[in-house]
Design a protein around this ligand. Structure first.
Ligand code: NAD
Length: 483
């Protein structure tokens, strides 16, 4: 679909969605195409007053939505899934325009994002509970689950569709109503999804959206509001810490999907060709701007030369360019600031002794950084310790498992990890020692709506997807029954 038409249809100057109505604001903010730096839309800039009105609407809608039958909610969610898939081309156009990722990556994201509605439409009707007999007899224990209440959802720019649907779908399945603040870099996809929700029959007020450049004020207002009982955040560990402190004031139930620093391990007996294919996905999906992106490669000395040669050949051949070109495999970074940060990380790694083994060609204009492979990287280099969030792959050589496990776990993060090994027993033995919520074993991707996504350590609290994702939006209640 034509991108300009897709954006025009959204009426972004009235992009604040409260109680089913579109509202404008006294100010707008600009959204840019990262491939050109040009302004592609002006979006209503939500205020604290809008944030409060959004909670008013979500609070009013809560009673009826929570009381609707699981089957009613399930069928609406299923329709959202179908409408999202039917609208794939439009959503791809919007994601490409505001995030810059390639068309193939955007298409994969839409499929993944829609799948959360199918998965949670299926989970919505599985209202499990427990009927127990107390050990001493005499009383019976009944355990059930209720929606936690109005939920504040805060999402990042790197998966403009999936990070929103991974929260909205379980919240609605559980019977919660929501207020959503998308990232200011990528509000357009969220607005398109809100329109789809409405078309699928989600009642007014159940999903409210407040795009804003004043994230701190809007989200603080939500966390200070007695009617908001849940915050679900995806973003950096730094902002997650700030929100957890704010949530502490009213003991708001919090789920946090935070930063990562995923190791990618290749053992001496791994299938190197398969490991390179996995590395291309784990590192280069979305140009490395994923919380699960492989951030550091630990390759055994016995296979490092072959791995680097094959990996370098693949990376050098990557087609880097604007998403508007269907042949582009890697787009620009999301902002000028992000591109400068990643370019500086490469420069400082090289100054510290790393060698550029491969670098793809990039266009001159736009916020592009060359996909790069670095060798000769020390295990304690800054580029290993920091979350790169860009298309750079530093390779470290390992020889003993003691070193490997120490290096893998020497980080405050614990989101994803990857291992390629010849024997499944070795892969599992090592993976069980990784402090990571998710480990890809002989595969370079871990995201799956039916699996519990989340991190250990400072990568987060709670899980999204699977059955766990629904429980994040529920309170457990039990009845003690005299018998
Ligand atoms: P970010 O933390 O800067 O922003 C995330 C969201 O928080 C945005 O909506 C932003 O507007 C908002 N925000 C920023 N400051 C805020 C404040 N003071 N109060 C309230 N809200 C605030 O992160 P980002 O740069 O958008 O995204 C990149 C980060 O997200 C990376 O660290 C990445 O690893 C992480 N991430 C994690 C997951 C996961 O599932 N664990 C998924 C995707 C991204």
């Amino acid at each position: 679909m034509n991108t300009q038409n897709a954006i025009a249809e959204l009426d972004t100057k009235h992009g604040i969605l409260i109680d089913g109505s579109a509202h404008g604001a006294s100010r707008t903010f600009e959204v840019h195409d990262p491939a050109t730096g040009l302004v592609i839309a002006e979006v209503a800039d939500g205020t604290v007053a809008d944030a409060e009105s959004a909670v008013d609407a979500a609070h009013r809608a809560f009673g009826d939505w929570a009381a609707s039958s699981p089957r009613q909610r399930s069928e609406i969610l299923r329709r959202v899934y179908e409408l999202m898939l039917a609208d794939t081309d439009r959503l791809v156009a919007l994601i490409c325009a505001e995030n810059g990722k390639s068309q193939a990556d955007a298409r994969a994201e839409v499929g993944y994002a829609a799948e959360f509605f199918r998965w949670f439409s299926e989970e919505a009707v599985r209202t499990d509970g427990v009927y127990g007999i107390s050990p001493a007899g005499g009383t019976r224990t009944l355990v059930t689950h209720k929606p936690v209440g109005v939920a504040a959802l805060v999402t990042p720019w790197n998966f403009p569709a999936a990070m929103a649907t991974r929260k909205i779908a379980p919240a609605l399945a559980a019977g919660c109503t929501v207020v959503l603040k998308p990232a200011a870099e990528t509000p357009l996809t969220a607005l398109a999804i809100a329109a789809i929700l409405s078309a699928a029959g989600v009642p007014d007020g159940v999903v409210n959206v407040v795009p804003t450049t004043d994230a701190a004020a809007v989200v603080s207002a939500w966390l200070a509001d007695d009617r908001v009982r849940k915050v679900s955040f995806t973003g950096s560990t730094g902002v997650g810490r700030v929100l957890l402190k704010q949530a502490a004031d009213r003991i708001v139930n919090a789920s946090m999907e935070l930063g990562g620093n995923a190791p990618f391990v290749v053992t001496a007996d791994a299938d190197v060709a398969a490991a390179v294919q996995g590395a291309m996905v784990a590192k280069y999906r979305g140009g490395g701007q994923a919380c699960t992106a492989a951030n550091r490669f630990y390759v055994h000395a016995a296979v490092v030369d072959e791995f680097v040669a094959r990996f370098s050949a693949e990376v050098s051949a990557l087609r880097v360019g604007p998403a508007a070109d269907p042949a582009s495999q890697i787009g620009p970074l999301v902002s000028a600031r992000a591109a400068e940060r990643v370019a500086a990380a490469i420069e400082s790694a090289v100054a510290d002794g790393a060698v550029i083994a491969a670098a793809a060609e990039t266009p001159d204009d736009g916020w592009f950084v060359a996909p790069t492979v670095l060798t000769g990287v020390a295990p304690d280099a800054a580029i290993i310790a920091d979350e790169i969030f860009g298309p750079v792959a530093p390779v470290v050589v390992w020889e003993t498992e003691d070193d490997l496990l120490r290096w893998v776990n020497d980080t405050e993060y614990g989101l994803a990890a990857y291992i390629y090994a010849g024997r499944l027993q070795d892969a599992l033995r090592l993976a069980e020692s990784f402090d990571a919520g998710m480990v890809g074993i002989n595969r370079g991707i871990v995201s799956d709506p039916s699996a519990p996504f989340g991190g250990m350590k400072q990568s987060g609290l709670g899980r999204e997807g699977a059955r766990d994702g629904l429980h994040e939006f529920q309170e457990t209640q039990y009845f003690s029954v005299e018998f």
